[in-house]
Structures are given as C-alpha cells and as structure tokens.
Design a protein around this ligand. Structure first.
Ligand SMILES: Cc1cc2nc3c(=O)[nH]c(=O)nc-3n(C[C@H](O)[C@H](O)[C@H](O)COP(=O)(O)O)c2cc1C
Length: 202
C-alpha cells in the first residue's frame, strides 16, 4: 500500500508533525507499506487560486504544472492521509488552497451541471487527522465536530467519490491528552493497512 501523507503546519517541531511521525511509525509496522510526504509549507506550495487555475476550470484545459505534479502524487497513492491543525473550525488556508487547486474538474470529478456529477476518485481511500486546541465540550456544544466532518468527509471527499477510512479529531489540551493523541496516531497508522484491505470505513 502506498500512502501520500499531507502535512499542513508551518513548524517542523509542532505537535502536528509529531502526530505525522507517529502515523508513519504505525504504517511502517507493515513491511510492504511505502509512503511519500507532502509537507506543504516546507515545499512552498502556493495555495492561491490563480487565473491559470480558473481558466483550466472554465475551459477544461490542463491545470498548471505544479498542480499536475500534485495530482500525480495522489495518482500514485492508494491512501491519502491529511494531518492538519484546525484553524477557525476548518482546514488551514494552505491545505484549503491545496484542495481548491489540486482537486480539479476533469481530474477529481466531472461536473455536468446541477446534480449530475461524475466522481472520479473512487479508487482513493482517505484518512484525516485534525488537531484542535478547544475542548471536546466546545466541539460538541457548538456542533463544530459535525460541521468539520460534513465539510471535509462529505463536502470534499464524498463529492469526488473517495472512501473515508477514518476522520480523527485530536485535542491535545494537556500532557496526558497530548500523549494519548500521539498513541492514537500510532494506532491509526498501524491499523490503516488492514482497514484498507478489509474495506472498512467511517
Ligand atoms: C489561526 C489559528 C486558528 C485556530 N483555530 C482553532 C479553532 O477554530 N478550533 C480549535 O480547536 N483550535 C484552533 N486553533 C488551535 C490549533 O488548532 C492548535 O493550536 C493546534 O492544532 C495545536 O497543534 P500544533 O502544536 O501542532 O500547532 C487555532 C490556532 C491558530 C493558530
């Protein structure tokens, strides 16, 4: 199984990166797993939707070269793993821009107008790990947990036909929950191989 691990945090020493390391550690438990890391900040990914992106969307022409390269990385992967901090109850801008620019009409889906959508990424499995700073109580009281799931699992990956294997929300509020989050990340990494094999999903 080949995974593309997308990390969207500006600081290499962050908790988000530590979570990514644990997921990778878990993936490595299965000897045949391979992976590629897309550290969007380190790679200087430009999340701004450009006029060239828009022309490709409007006219159905090829997207810019940086986007074709990103799509090729996803094409090589069986599993896409997104690891990101929650910013304003949503994706951080760099990751939102990555989705906006990379999941193009014609490659991720074909929109024939109205509800007539062809979903092109049915072969792709997806695991997300979001990391937040608020309490579980706030997430549930305000409906943020459900909102994030609706937006990302259904709104993005459901739309393109990808299969959600899991969407995790880690809330490292103190030493104990931080440690538990890292353990959970390791467990997720270790379980992904069998989850994909057995067709499990959320
Ligand atoms: C710009 C910004 C917006 C944030 N918005 C939220 C939010 O809406 N909900 C939340 O739970 N945490 C929010 N946080 C907290 C981050 O999610 C949290 O600090 C981060 O996930 C901790 O991981 P890190 O140490 O890897 O940064 C925000 C942080 C920043 C910098």
């Amino acid at each position: 199984m080949h995974s593309l691990i997308v990390i969207a945090h500006p600081e290499a020493g962050s908790y988000t990166h530590a979570v990514a390391e644990q997921v990778i550690g878990g993936l490595k438990d299965s000897p045949h797993n391979t992976y590629e890391i897309a550290d969007l900040t380190a790679e200087d990914f430009d999340p701004r939707y450009t006029a060239a992106d828009y022309r490709a969307f409007r006219d159905g022409t090829a997207p810019p070269a940086d986007i074709v390269a990103e799509q090729a990385r996803i094409d090589r992967a069986d599993l896409l793993i997104l690891i990101f901090p929650v910013y304003w109850w949503s994706l951080p801008a760099i990751l939102k821009g990555w989705i906006d620019r990379v999941f193009t009409n014609g490659w991720a889906y074909i929109d024939a107008g109205g509800e007539d959508t062809t979903r092109l990424l049915g072969r792709l499995a997806v695991q997300t790990i979001a990391i937040g700073g608020a309490t579980q109580r706030t997430y549930h009281k305000r409906g943020y947990a459900q909102a994030i799931q609706t937006q990302i699992d259904q709104g993005i990956f459901g739309y393109v036909g990808a299969r959600m294997v899991g969407s995790e929300l880690l809330l490292p509020l103190d030493a104990a929950s931080s440690q538990a989050g890292l353990q959970r990340a390791r467990e997720i990494g270790a379980n992904l191989t069998s989850a994909i094999r057995d067709g499990k999903g959320v």
